[in-house]
Write a protein of this length. Structure first.
Length: 474
């Protein structure tokens, strides 16, 4: 078996034991990228010689680096990586090169990670599939006719296809979780402020300081946790970054907590296989000794509506100065986003102020509802990965029965709730669709309890776990 198929943790074990050198591991990943990236279009800035130079430097300095020494990783092209393209998928930013690393990238380098390159995303990150006029569309390694999701779709495709051992995405509406679900890998949207957000474009400011976070993506929860340990910690120049110590819970303590689960929100259905994945996850957790009971917060639709105001309406308002007079350069997917925002209309100052106050009140109400069920389990989306450009799908209704259709943004609501709540949420692959596409489940914890989401996710990962798409193994 090729070493690129191994987990990040296993690759590090091989490096530390001397079974493989950093240069040899880098060459294995270079070969995988050169073989698969022309088909998948996941990496948009990759230079094999630059990777080789990093690897030689690490091999020549055996005491350099730390916990990630020699591990090949990728970074979403909205996160500043010095010397690499940081174009956010837009012709407006064509050729933009980051001059310095974002703090999260600096932490990767300090830990000894080997940066392979940056990955594709939809224009300005405002879509659940990855396509743009600058670099084109990214394909799902399980079936190239399908999308790997968005906005961290290039990152998820690279990791799922074993071109990268792990990496960084970002998430203001599901953008590390939905692509992980679509491609059969794991990810974490951390509590905002847990991982430094500086150096991300667009900046994680205003409402996006609540909604958004940079998060780790990898093929196992163990690998996600490893990256999270390296990335997390206060950034003294980030006003939302708090000096909250990482807490790794004991399983005995977690088993005393009740995990609430639900298959839908009572308004929008999911596919039959998505329901099966949730039920399978519930069964696995119960067999592992956890208390898992049906529970659904009553505030989900209210949270979604507020998310819409901030992400869609405010997001469009934020971008107006950038795109004004350059509308002819915009990709169809970003124009679609602007159409959603235009239909909703701009927010007045009073509406924005009211929404901001309501968000704090609603977060408090939701956390009170979660007092006795501090961990939740639910779908990541109504549907698994969809074909490029699809915008509606058949699902089972909330009251049973088939033949119900769900539309694009409605199908993606499951992640949006927890961006509005500013809660940590992990994704683990559990099931498969009839077409063979992966289906993940989402584990959510209370804000700052990221360790709870990861620990429960790790139990599910042991029960189900990653398997590589066939193209990765050829």
């Amino acid at each position: 078996m090729s070493v690129v198929l191994a987990s990040a943790t296993r690759q590090l074990e091989l490096l530390r034991s001397g079974a493989i050198s950093v240069t040899e591991l880098a060459e294995e990943h270079i070969r995988q990228i050169e073989r698969l990236n022309p088909v998948l279009n996941a990496l948009v800035d990759f230079d094999a010689e630059r990777v080789r130079a990093q690897a030689r430097l690490l091999d020549d300095n055996p005491n350099a680096g730390g916990a990630l020494r020699g591990l090949p990783v990728t970074v979403k092209s909205s996160i500043a990586t010095a010397g690499h393209l940081c174009e956010i998928g837009s012709l407006i930013h064509r050729g933009s090169i980051a001059k310095e690393d974002a703090p999260v990238v600096s932490r990767l380098r300090e830990a000894g990670a080997l940066i392979l390159g940056t990955t594709n995303c939809p224009e300005f990150l405002m879509a659940y599939e990855t396509d743009n006029l600058l670099h084109g569309r990214t394909n799902n390694p399980w079936n190239v006719e399908y999308s790997p999701g968005g906005s961290s779709g290039g990152e998820s495709a690279a990791i799922a296809a074993c071109m990268s051992a792990g990496g960084l995405g970002s998430d203001s509406g599901g953008s590390v979780r939905q692509p992980a679900h679509f491609t059969g890998i794991c990810s974490l949207k951390p509590t905002p402020g847990r991982v430094p957000g500086r150096g991300h474009l667009p900046p994680c400011v205003g409402p996006f300081a609540v909604l958004g976070a940079i998060g780790p993506m990898a093929r196992t929860i163990e690998d996600v946790s490893l990256l999270f340990d390296v990335l997390s910690g206060q950034d003294g120049f980030d006003p939302v970054s708090a000096p909250v110590e990482l807490r790794k819970p004991q399983l005995a303590d977690l088993r005393r907590k009740t995990i609430g689960y639900f298959e839908d929100d009572g308004l929008v259905g999911v596919t039959a296989e998505t329901r099966v994945a949730v039920r399978d996850a519930v069964r696995a957790l119960r067999e592992a000794g956890f208390q898992v009971e049906p529970f659904r917060p009553q505030t989900l639709e209210l949270l979604r509506k507020l998310w819409w105001k901030f992400f869609v309406q405010c997001g469009a308002m934020f971008y107006q100065p950038t795109i004004r007079g350059k509308e002819g350069m915009l990709s169809p997917i970003f124009r679609e986003f602007l159409g959603f925002a235009e239909a909703a209309g701009p927010l007045s100052a009073t509406e924005l102020l009211d929404a901001w106050a309501e968000l704090d009140l609603l977060r408090g109400r939701t956390l009170r509802e979660m007092e006795n069920t501090p961990i939740l389990l639910c779908p990541v989306a109504s549907v698994p990965a969809f074909r490029h450009g699809e915008r509606s799908w058949p699902v089972t209704g909330v009251n049973g029965g088939d033949g119900v259709k769900v539309e694009y943004l409605d199908a993606m609501r499951h992640t949006q709730w927890f961006n509005a709540l500013a809660a940590p949420a992990a994704v683990v692959p559990v099931g498969r669709s009839p077409e063979g596409m992966p289906i993940g489940v989402q584990v959510i914890a209370r804000p700052w309890q990221d360790g709870d989401a990861l620990a429960v996710g790790a139990m599910l990962d042991r029960a189900f776990g990653y398997r590589p798409p066939p193209m990765a193994m050829l």
